[in-house]
Write a new protein. Structure first.
Length: 94
């Protein structure tokens, strides 16, 4: 996957985690270190992520465990059905 769209615009990313500080930190890292990417959706809940007018972006970076009843499998399938690539992050030590 190239780091820019065909139009030369940055690749749009959503960051989804139920910890707001992590969402802000990851978004800040991209803004500072990855100019070929633009975080356009920053949410702490799955429902708000789906309702965001900029969803779906090209990539969704999401937490494995959210404080919601929607499984990771369902979230990934919904993102993929909407046309997004998905990266799942986790602090679990498995």
């Amino acid at each position: 996957m190239s780091s820019k769209t065909v139009s030369g615009e940055p690749v749009q990313i959503a960051v989804l985690d139920d910890h707001g500080l992590l969402v802000e930190s990851v978004s800040s890292w991209f803004a500072t270190n990855a100019p070929d990417f633009a975080v356009v959706v920053q949410e702490t809940s799955w429902a708000r992520c789906l309702a965001n007018p900029l969803f779906p972006p090209r990539i969704v970076l999401m937490d494995y465990q959210l404080a919601e009843d929607v499984s990771i499998e369902a979230r990934v399938l919904m993102c993929k059905a909407a046309g997004s690539h998905v990266i799942v992050m986790s602090a679990l030590g498995h």
